[in-house]
Write a protein that binds this ligand. Structure first.
Ligand SMILES: NC(=O)c1ccc[n+]([C@@H]2O[C@H](COP(=O)([O-])OP(=O)(O)OC[C@H]3O[C@@H](n4cnc5c(N)ncnc54)[C@H](OP(=O)(O)O)[C@@H]3O)[C@@H](O)[C@H]2O)c1
Length: 376
């Protein structure tokens, strides 16, 4: 393999050898383009299996980064039936060693980080179609992982998926699913059974908090518990098992400052978020030595469509100072290995509860006051 060499995509076609060379050329030379030199076809390197030339995807679009285009080429090399009667190209592990490494690197984001090796090849984002979850999906796809997005509203879900495919050239699978139904975890497991999931983010979880406990019926509370506790536990169990067996992977459970203490009108929401926080901490304790990174991500007010809907419903005009979902997701991914907890926006993000110095009673009273002041 010639490092730093530029390669030409001959006649709009790409051989297996060229894929590998192109990857190395881009990765090692930081080349912004894939031009100039023809790389001998794989067959000349003695590999019958890699003889096939596959059609290129459509020409690069204006402004499309070279790496994104290369990713699309690799997808074509995997997914398009090969020419010259050699059948479909073999999966990565069946490739001759000399081609396997660059391809495996390319499936991730080796150009910039080893993120793919630790958390690839697929990520699932439960609640990944808007707000914080959408920001996670973008940030993860930008690191080269393929993503599964889970949410209920199909138009929002599909629009988000299309944008990510277009922008990053990764594969995106959508799963339209209500995570508060009893079989949600089983349905999600089924919908992803053919994928290797290296990163799982459970984000869906907000609530129109600010309503007294008795003003909601029992089924509404139970539904919140199913989504924020049962589904979180069951999906963490499902995706965590193969991660620990492989010795790498990542799990992010998005929780809230409402987990620090009880408070009036926070009741079931705060309790579910405390569950998520303690579950994340416990799984971190059990899995970190096995190489699986677990993070309980504690958020304060964050600018999401969901929060804005809630505020509007309460007639609260000015949302005040809100965290940016993109900053939140970026920080969580950067600090995924710094668990068990990341308190976004805190001066001490891996530290203790900000209410930890107070008595439980004072913490509850403070929480109630501050929540009612925020919620109007
Ligand atoms: N925003 C804040 O100020 C704030 C503050 C503290 C903590 N948090 C935490 O941050 C996380 C994200 O909050 P968010 O404000 O972005 O709103 P969110 O409503 O929790 O999350 C939005 C995403 O979750 C999906 N979703 C919601 N309920 C779902 C269900 N039952 N089944 C499947 N998907 C569902 C939404 O799509 P569909 O609606 O189409 O299903 C959307 O993709 C939550 O865990 C929340 O507790 C947020």
């Amino acid at each position: 393999m010639s490092h730093g060499r530029r390669v030409k995509l001959v006649d709009n076609a790409l051989s297996v050898a060229q894929v590998g060379s192109a990857v190395d050329a881009v990765r090692l030379a930081g080349s912004p383009g894939l031009v100039e030199e023809t790389v001998p076809a794989a067959v000349q390197h003695g590999s019958g299996a890699s003889r096939a030339e596959v059609p290129m995807l459509p020409a690069a679009e204006a402004g499309e980064p070279a790496l994104v285009r290369v990713r699309r080429c690799v997808r074509a090399a995997r997914d398009v039936p090969a020419a010259a009667g050699v059948g479909r190209l073999p999966p990565g592990d069946a490739w001759p060693t000399r081609f396997r490494r660059p391809l495996n690197r390319l499936r991730g984001d080796d150009v910039t980080t080893p993120f793919m090796d630790a958390y690839g090849p697929w990520a699932v984002i439960a609640g990944g179609s808007d707000g914080v979850g959408s920001a996670f999906a973008h940030k993860i796809a930008a690191r080269g992982l393929d993503v599964v997005l889970v949410a209920r509203r199909v138009p929002v879900l599909e629009a988000s998926a299309a944008e990510i495919r277009e922008k990053y050239g990764v594969r995106v699978r959508t799963v339209a699913l209500d995570l508060s139904v009893p079989d949600a975890a089983a349905d999600l497991a089924k919908a992803t059974s053919d994928l290797e999931i290296g990163l799982f983010v459970f984000n869906a979880g907000s609530d129109d908090a600010g309503v007294p406990f008795l003003h909601k019926n029992v089924e509404t509370h139970a539904s919140l518990i199913r989504r924020n506790c049962s589904a979180v536990m069951e999906t963490a169990h499902h995706f965590g098992a193969p991660m620990t067996a492989r010795g790498h992977g990542g799990l992010i459970l998005v929780t809230s400052g409402a987990a620090w203490a009880g408070g009036a009108t926070l009741s079931v929401y705060g309790a579910t978020k405390a569950f998520d926080l303690l579950l994340a901490e416990s799984l971190w304790a059990e899995w970190h030595e096995a190489g699986v990174h677990v993070l309980g991500l504690v958020l304060g007010r964050t600018d999401t469509p969901s929060l804005r809907r809630t505020l509007k419903g309460k007639g609260e005009a000015s949302p005040g100072e809100l965290a940016d979902p993109n900053d939140v997701a970026e920080a969580a991914l950067e600090h995924l290995a710094d668990g068990p907890v990341w308190i976004y926006g805190s001066a001490d993000p891996t530290g203790a509860s900000p209410l930890g110095m107070l008595s439980r009673r004072d913490a509850v009273l403070l929480m109630s006051r501050s929540w009612s002041a925020k919620s109007g």
